[in-house]
Write a protein that binds this ligand. Structure first.
Ligand SMILES: Nc1ncnc2c1ncn2[C@@H]1O[C@H](COP(=O)(O)OP(=O)(O)O)[C@@H](O)[C@H]1O
Ligand SMILES: [Mg+2]
Length: 419
């Protein structure tokens, strides 16, 4: 059978690094998950790299697990970028239609996209990550979704540009380099998550994706099929854990265990009599604590996070106004009661977002925590082998075809010797 196409997604979260390898082969070309790796994340703070070597090590562990399972070296990967310094802004591009008869062609839409980037004055310390076309204007006709085939003279594009801090992106690339993999795409985390957890219909209707990660919560709002807004808030589910640790005067480890085992976000549904015995988590602890109190702590912090989400929606005039509602992904979405609290605070229909199911062996990825990494694979498949703007591969990629297999093996091995 012919060799398939491989896609690797690498989600470097603030709590966990996840790697997934998928293959599409055969006539149906369906994507099948063939390898999964998951390991605690180190060296990240609020979505940004603070220790390149620590991140490289964690990436290495996750990729190696996935590679072993898949029997395929993850030389290149589509990688997620979070971090509170992701920003979006509107931008315009204008070109003269190329053909003498005025018919708009793909060449014009490509050129106008280039013009958006060229006209945008980015500060030196920021780099463009995505230019998401929104609509076009052809002479005096506005709000055109697809101008190809229409006739006119002046083509204008309105786009949403997502940018990140240049040094942050460099640090991610450096960590990946140390881990022996090359990024083919650097994708803003909520865009990747939305790729996996939102349907086209939801994107049309108007929907907000809310990814409740460890130390960040990222959101992406879609309407009429286009990205309308994107933001990363520097607060996430690990802050709930911190609050529990402070509230119960216990360690972060015990607080996390209490949250995972007994946590719920709806305090009124928990009896005030119910108690949690902390000595079950650590023999040195002897306190009994109220489960109702724990739920109150969780509820308060979750409400605060969702208030921030509302603030972002207010900025674009969509607070309480998205017919597609909110879709929650990330580890925080698994907190019992999260949907209920989100319905109340956001005043929207709310659901947990499970990633679109791919074929393959693994149920493990059928979980809102895996939305980002599955989305990376879908994003990479959709947008083709590599994107411009990133280093065009290293020495391995420039070897003649016959040598590629050897190169893959050497790289596969070399990852294991990383200190
Ligand atoms: N079953 C669960 N119930 C409540 N919280 C959970 C559950 N599973 C994971 N979490 C929380 O989700 C957070 C991690 O989410 P994740 O999406 O993996 O973060 P990141 O992508 O930033 O690494 C942690 O704070 C963890 O406690
Ligand atoms: Mg995440």
């Amino acid at each position: 059978m012919a060799k398939g196409n491989y896609y690797v997604g690498l989600d470097i979260g603030s709590s966990t690094v996840r790697a997934v390898i998928a293959e599409s082969r055969g006539e149906d070309e369906v994507l099948r998950v063939i390898g999964v790796g998951k390991t605690p994340s180190f060296g990240m703070r609020r979505g940004s790299v603070v220790d390149i070597e620590a991140v490289a090590k964690a990436v290495n562990v996750a990729l190696e697990q996935a590679e072993r399972m898949a029997g395929h070296a993850a030389e290149r990967a589509a990688v997620s970028v979070s971090g509170a310094d992701l920003l979006c802004q509107e931008a315009l591009g204008v070109v003269a239609v190329g053909r003498a008869d005025g018919e708009v062609t793909e060449d014009d839409t490509t050129r106008v996209l280039g013009e958006v980037e060229a006209r945008l004055t980015m500060p030196l310390n920021r780099e463009i990550m995505h230019v998401e076309p929104r609509d076009y204007r052809l002479d005096d006709i506005k709000n055109i979704k697809d101008p190809i085939g229409m006739r006119g003279v002046r083509l204008e594009m309105n786009a949403l540009v997502v940018s990140g801090s240049a040094s942050h992106l460099k640090n991610i690339e450096r960590s990946l380099d140390h881990a022996g993999t090359t990024p083919t795409h650097l994708v803003a985390e909520p865009i990747a998550s939305a790729e996996a957890a939102l349907t086209l219909k939801q994107k049309e209707l108007g929907t907000v994706l809310v990814n409740l990660g460890g130390s960040t919560t990222s959101i992406a709002v879609y309407e009429d099929g286009d990205l309308l807004h994107l933001a990363v808030l520097p607060v996430g589910a690990s802050h709930i854990t911190n609050d529990i640790a402070i509230g119960l005067r216990t360690s972060i480890e015990i607080a996390e265990a209490v949250k995972l085992q007994y946590g719920t976000a709806v305090a009124k549904e928990v009896s005030k009599k119910e108690e949690i015995d902390l000595s079950l988590f650590d023999s040195q602890e002897e306190d009994m604590v109220s489960r109702h109190h724990v739920a109150e702590i969780i509820e308060a912090r979750l409400e605060e996070i969702l208030d921030f989400v509302n603030e972002e929606l207010r900025k674009i005039g969509r607070e309480g106004l998205l017919p597609g509602g909110a879709i929650l992904t990330g580890g925080g979405a698994m907190l019992p009661g999260a949907v209920e609290v989100a319905k109340h605070i956001l005043r929207l229909p709310v659901h947990v977002g499970y990633p679109k199911s791919l074929g393959g062996i693994l149920d493990e990825v059928d979980n809102p925590e895996f939305a980002t990494v599955i989305g990376l694979i879908l994003y990479a498949e959709k947008s083709g082998p590599g994107s411009s703007g990133f280093p065009a591969g290293r020495v391995w990629d420039k070897l003649p075809d016959g040598m590629q297999g050897v190169a893959e093996k050497i790289k596969f091995l070399s990852r294991k010797f990383l200190p």
